[in-house]
Every structure is written in structure tokens, then in C-alpha cells.
Write a protein that binds this ligand. Structure first.
Ligand SMILES: [Ca+2]
Length: 335
């Protein structure tokens, strides 16, 4: 049976060379190519009852047991392994036929799982399910239930990938155990996590109906910063800045401050600038000085014709200022 296949292969190679390049992009991965073992297993099933007449005479028993592990049966299985047009399959079979033969004749009792022995252990083209990469390491979440059963493990069963999880819709997190926005956790225990979709009017929810929408603004941990307030909207919310006179607020404007910033005090229910200059206790205490109120503060200034000293505004001495000015000017120019 080797010769006809080889001839077919030669013809196929020639045909493949004539095919346009994009076809090459769809090339199966090495592990996928190894999946001809699936056909082999099918062949085992298909030939299981062959040569068995239905009776159970001693002759038939003997013939059957002989056929069961015979080279004839192997050849019959190998014949049906690849479509004649499947170049990849035929190429692989050509190269690995001896391995399959060795397994059939000597190893199948010790290693009953052909995929495991052939593709994983011998050719190292695949990994066992739930493992990935060159060394067949366990996927995130373990090889038994990668990604908690809620996602696909990168490279699962192949010698490729990084074992990380690509979660199914509705799930997130490294192990796909968390629910995405718009989904709520309807079941969660040590091994299983189930996320169910919210009513479409909710952004987030605690149950399946529109009465289960979560008011984000009422959450235990408010979603906005300390200098913002939360505005609930239908199925959503926004964070808006507090008034500039507030230290924290519950809503818009100076009337919703939690506390006032320094220099402001609550007046008629809202934070307003304190006029320090009109307080009973004088803000500017030096003799002769004027007080000017400013938003959030005040300034103390000597009137025109007065100059500052440590504890008072004193009438300026005309001579002294005239003497000082000329000596100071050159010094400034030097700068
Ligand atoms: Ca003020």
C-alpha cells in the first residue's frame, strides 16, 4: 500500500504548488494535523465487528481474537485515515506510520489512549486537555476545569498559547469568575461561578428584573471622588464637581456642601465668604491700617502716604523715601 500513496502524494505536492498563496494561511496547526488519531479511533470502531459472523463458535472466537490485533486490521484502519486529497494528513501518515504500527503491535495495552501516546507523549505536537505551551503546563484555573469553565484557555491542548483565559460573554477576571457590568452573580461557590444577564434597563443589577437595577450612587462605596457628587440616571450615573466653596457635597451648588472651605462659613444654608473686615473682633490690628475683604480671605494694607512698621502704619517721611530710591535703582538694573 505504500507505493500508490506515494504516487498520489507526488501529484498532490504538484497541485499544491499551483494553488494560490492565501490557501497556505489556513494551514492547520501541528496539533490539529495530529488529529488523524481521531480517524484512527473511528477506524477501530468501524472494524470492531468485522469478520464476526454473529455466532460464537470456537472457530469464530479464535479468528476474531486473531483479527482484533492483526496487521490486516491495522492496514485497513490506516487505509481509511486520510482522504486522498488531504495532503497534510497523508504527509503526516507517511512520516509517522512506523510509530502507529509500533503502538498497534506492542504498546496499545500499556497506553490505551492513542492521542495521549502519539500526539502528546511521542510527537509532542499536542498537550493533554487543560494544559498548554511547550511544557504542557496546567491552564489558569487548573487542567480539570480551565478558566472555571467560563472561558477558553489560550493554547489549551496544544503546544502553543500562554494558558491565560479568554472569558465567555458575561464573565471577567483572570479565572473568569467575576461578572461583567450588565450581569449579576446568580451562583457562586468554591468551584462554580454563574453570571446572568441584567434587565436591559440596568447598567448593573442584583437580579434579573428592572426592579433589581443597582443605584450606583447609593452604593456602600460611592463611585465618585470626594470632591464630586453622584447623579443617578436611568440605568447609569454621572460624577459632577462640587461647588468651589465646598469640602465634599451631596449635590450641586454652595447649598449642598458637607463642609465649607477655610474662609467660608454657612450663611442662610449655604457656604459664603466670611467678611473678616466687618467682624466684631478686628481682623487688621495695626494702628491706621485698612482692611479689605477678599473671597476666602482678607488683606491688611497701610493707606496711601503711610508706611509699614512692625506694629503700625506710620506717616511716610518724604526725605527718607527720596534718599532710598536712587540708591536702590541701579541695584535692580544689575539684576
Ligand atoms: Ca473674606
Amino acid at each position: 500500500m505504500r507505493l500508490p500513496r506515494r504516487a498520489a502524494l507526488g501529484l498532490l505536492s504538484l497541485l499544491l504548488l499551483l494553488l494560490p498563496a492565501p490557501e497556505a494561511a489556513k494551514k492547520p496547526t501541528p496539533c490539529q494535523r495530529c488529529r488523524l488519531v481521531d480517524k484512527f479511533n473511528q477506524g477501530l470502531v468501524d472494524t470492531a465487528k468485522k469478520n464476526f459472523g454473529g455466532g460464537n463458535t470456537a472457530w469464530e472466537e479464535k479468528t476474531l481474537s486473531k483479527y482484533e490485533s492483526s496487521e490486516i486490521r491495522l492496514l485497513e484502519i490506516l487505509e481509511g485515515l486520510c482522504e486522498s486529497s488531504d495532503f497534510e494528513c497523508n504527509q503526516m501518515l507517511e512520516a509517522q506510520e512506523e510509530h502507529l504500527e509500533a503502538w498497534w503491535l506492542q504498546l496499545k495495552n500499556e497506553y490505551p489512549d492513542l492521542f495521549e501516546w502519539f500526539c502528546v507523549k511521542t510527537l509532542k505536537l499536542c498537550c493533554s486537555p487543560g494544559t498548554y505551551g511547550p511544557d504542557c503546563l496546567a491552564c489558569q484555573g487548573g487542567s480539570q476545569r480551565p478558566c472555571s469553565g467560563n472561558g477558553h484557555c489560550s493554547g489549551d491542548g496544544s503546544r502553543q498559547g500562554d494558558g491565560s483565559c479568554r472569558c465567555h460573554v458575561g464573565y471577567q477576571g483572570p479565572l473568569c469568575t467575576d461578572c461583567m457590568d450588565g450581569y449579576f452573580s446568580s451562583l457562586r461557590n468554591k468551584t462554580h461561578s454563574v453570571c446572568t444577564v441584567c434587565d436591559e434597563s440596568c447598567k448593573t443589577c442584583s437580579g434579573p428584573t428592572n426592579r433589581d437595577c443597582v443605584d450606583e450612587c447609593a452604593a456602600e462605596t460611592p463611585p465618585c471622588s470626594a470632591a464630586q457628587f453622584c447623579k443617578n440616571a436611568n440605568g447609569s450615573y454621572t460624577c459632577e464637581e462640587c461647588d468651589s466653596s465646598c469640602v465634599g457635597c451631596t449635590g450641586e451648588g454652595p447649598e449642598n456642601c458637607k463642609e465649607c472651605i477655610p474662609g467660608y462659613a454657612r450663611e442662610h444654608g449655604q457656604c459664603a465668604d466670611v467678611d473678616e473686615c466687618s467682624l466684631a473682633e478686628k481682623a487688621c490690628v495695626r494702628k491706621n491700617e485698612n482692611c479689605y475683604n477678599t473671597p476666602g480671605s482678607y488683606v491688611c494694607v497701610c493707606p496711601d502716604g503711610f508706611e509699614e512698621t512692625e506694629d503700625a502704619c506710620v506717616p511716610a517721611e518724604a526725605e527718607a523715601t527720596e534718599e532710598e530710591s536712587p540708591t536702590q535703582l541701579p541695584a535692580h538694573e544689575d539684576l
